[in-house]
Write a protein that binds this ligand. Structure first.
Ligand code: ADP
Length: 253
C-alpha cells in the first residue's frame, strides 16, 4: 500500500511538472511571437522609405528624369524626408535597445525638467497654435534625467501633434500618496477606446497617414512605455473629460 501511494505521489509530481513546463513553454513561445512580430514590423517599416528613395535615385541615375529645377527640388525634398524618417526610426530602435544600460540614480527636479521640455517644444506649439501650460509641484524623482526628459518630451510632442488649432496641453506633476504622478492632458482628437492599450505597441498608429504626414514613425509611445518600465512605474491612458486624451505616469518613490 505504501509503495502504491509513493507511485501515486510521483505520478502527481510528474503531472504538475509537466503542467508547469507547458506553461513555461507557452510563455516562451508568446515572447518569441512578440519578438517575431516586432522584427517583421521593423523590417516592413524600414523597407518603405528605403524603397521610395531607391525609386527616385534609380530614375535619376538612369537619366530618365527630365531633371528640371522643380523636379530636382521635389525629389531631393522627398529623399531627405524619407531619410529623416529612417534616421528617426533607427535612432529610436537603438535607444530602446540601450535602455537597460543607462544609469537611473539621478535626483530629478520635475518642474525644471517639465519647463525645459515645454520651452523646447514651444516653437512646434506656436506653429500648431496650441497653448502649453505647466502645473508642477516642487517635487523630485530618482531616475535617469535623459530618459525622463525623453518620456515627457514624447508625450507632450504627441499632445501637440494630435491636437486642434486653438487646443491646450497641460503637464501636471503632483504627489499622490507614496507616488509621484505626472500627467499630460490634451484637448485633441482623442483615441478610440478599443485602441487605447495598443498605442504602446511598436509601430502601431491610430491613423497611419496622419502620423506619417506629421513625421511620426510609431515608436514614440513604445519608447515611453519602456522608459516607464525600466523605472518600475506604470502608465495609463484615458479620455480627457474636456475632450482629448490624458496620459498619466506613476512612479513609486
Ligand atoms: P507616432 O510617431 O505615430 O506619433 P507614437 O508611438 O508616438 O507614434 O504614437 C502612436 C499613435 O498613438 C499615434 O500614431 C497616434 O495615432 C496615437 N496618439 C499618440 N498620442 C496621442 C494623443 N495625445 N492624442 C491622440 N492620439 C495619439
Amino acid at each position: 500500500l505504501a509503495d502504491s501511494r509513493l507511485e501515486e505521489n510521483k505520478v502527481k509530481e510528474l503531472n504538475q511538472l509537466s503542467v508547469s513546463y507547458n506553461k513555461m513553454l507557452g510563455r516562451l513561445s508568446d515572447a518569441f511571437e512578440v519578438q517575431r512580430q516586432f522584427t517583421a514590423n521593423a523590417a516592413h517599416e524600414l523597407r518603405t522609405p528605403l524603397a521610395l528613395m531607391q525609386v527616385q535615385l534609380d530614375s535619376y541615375n538612369s537619366g530618365q528624369h527630365p531633371g528640371s529645377d522643380a523636379d530636382t527640388v521635389q525629389t531631393i525634398k522627398m529623399v531627405t524626408e524619407q531619410n529623416d524618417r529612417l534616421s528617426k526610426m533607427v535612432k529610436t530602435l537603438l535607444d530602446m535597445s540601450e535602455l537597460q544600460t543607462v544609469g537611473r540614480d539621478e535626483t530629478i527636479m520635475v518642474d525644471a525638467l517639465v519647463d525645459e521640455v515645454l520651452a523646447d517644444l514651444e516653437p512646434l506649439a506656436r506653429e500648431k497654435h496650441v497653448e502649453l501650460t505647466g502645473n508642477c509641484e516642487d517635487i523630485t524623482i530618482v531616475g535617469s534625467d535623459i530618459l525622463i526628459y525623453r518620456l515627457v518630451y514624447n508625450l507632450v510632442e504627441n499632445a501637440i501633434k494630435y491636437n486642434h488649432p486653438g487646443g491646450q496641453v497641460t503637464v501636471s506633476a503632483f504627489r499622490k500618496e507614496k507616488c509621484v504622478c505626472l500627467s499630460v492632458a490634451d484637448t485633441g482628437n482623442g483615441i478610440p477606446e478599443e485602441l487605447r492599450e495598443r498605442v504602446f505597441e511598436p509601430f502601431f498608429r491610430v491613423d497611419k497617414s496622419r502620423s506619417r504626414a506629421l513625421g511620426g514613425v510609431g515608436l514614440g509611445l513604445a519608447l515611453v512605455y519602456e522608459i516607464v518600465r525600466v523605472h518600475d512605474g506604470s502608465i495609463t491612458v484615458r479620455p480627457n473629460p474636456s475632450g482629448g486624451t490624458v496620459f498619466e505616469v506613476m512612479f513609486t518613490q
